[in-house]
Design a protein around this ligand. Sequence first.
Ligand code: ADP
Length: 496
Amino acid sequence: MSAETVIDLPESIFQLIFEKSPGSLLVKANPPYFTILAASDSYLLITSTTREDIIGKGFFEVFPDDSVQMEENSKARHVFNKVIVTRQKIGIPNYRFDVFNQEIKESEIHFWSCSNTPILGADNRVAYILNTVVDITEEVNAKEAALESESRLRLATEAAALATWDLNLEDQTIIYSPRLAEIFGSPASTHLSLADIRERINADDMHNIVLRAYFEALETGNYIYEVKVLWPNGSVHWIRTQGVVIKDERKKPVRMLGTILDITESKRDEIRKNDFIAMASHELKTPLTSIKAYLQILLKKMAPLQDSFVSNALLKAGYQVNKMSDLIHGFLDLSKLESGKLHLQEQLFDINKLIADVIAEINVVSPGNSIRFKHYEPIFINADKEKIEQVVSNFLSNAIKYSDKGSLIHITSEKYDGNLVVSVADEGIGIKLKDQEKLFQRFYRVESEKMKNISGFGIGLYLASEIILRHKGKIWVESDDNVGSTFYFSLPLPIS
Ligand code: ADP
């Protein structure tokens, strides 16, 4: 059969099926020439050839099989011969064969995927080979770019000493980078199962932090937490893990993935700092208590003398000592909180009585503020009385601190939907929206002109929020800049 014979085929069928077919070339199985009998339009286009250029010519005359980039057994001659011998279709999924671009007169790198299908003649031997070619240059380049960016990402995570992991929520299987085993105290090559990893996390942290974060993450979509891990050699380390939850199209969480960082060094620094604060505060507490006692004795002794200057000075000194003592207690609570030693001692008490007591005390220390508190009946809650008193006192002293003398402060306490809700509203400097969500963070203070002369450390609201959260309550603020703020907390009421 010759090229002419093929052209003899009914034109309508040949043109429609073959010439329009993607990347097809028909060669005669006549080694070593492999005469080209027909080519589809797209084959001509992708190889930058014309029908006149190639029909009737030997395949290797047109497409020299001398590409150095190709492996020997991917080369067309090898493949064509193998098709003839085996009478099987042979595919080469990915090979490089550069094409000379006539327009720019330069050779361009191209990648191809091809299949070579034998067409048997009447004698049951291979008569033709149908060579179908697809240009996969773009896919290969995209894959290479993805690999490159993946390897760049891997380098970056390695440089940052981060471990990465991916947990399948359906079968609880985990895959992770070698760094993870190191972070958990084993050589990078160790295979750790999810159970091994969980075993090394401090048992309390596992229960209080990890599991809580896990269930919260299923709702919120992401999480971040810090926990202690115990290495097999007995040493204690700290890790911070941060990640996201991946959901399927039905919004069902299917995977969790993220990074883990060893934060032992910075945690040890933080612990040293906390220990220092705890120690210093503790040492300051004792002399301060005795100064307070002496001031009270002096006040009593001076009373008969009716020297208004002296008694006024002693009152003011007492006020400053109280401020200092509150601050020191704040620092002590902070360090207890950070080292996990802040424990709640719950009891049943009337919140309205507690609020009234706090107001009475504040009125003694800083008279001149109008604090309005309307309440009708006792509301009993089951909570740590001293800690809740601290929260109420922080709300009230802030309301005084951040508003003009003489302005009104309203405090309310109500039952609402199974909860107690307490609010403290002032007519003070207010808080901008951007600051509102950060107020409850440790050491956060608003930076503004109005704040310049008001001292503080930004730990009161942080402690208040930790106290309320530990009681499974909520804490929040509503405020308009320059108009005033209302701080709220809510606590679950005991089930009666
Ligand atoms: P401190 O008052 O010691 O700075 P807090 O934690 O009690 O610490 O408060 C944090 C910050 O929140 C304050 O520095 C202040 O910027 C802002 N703030 C708290 N209460 C009020 C309020 N009632 N009105 C306006 N700003 C407030």
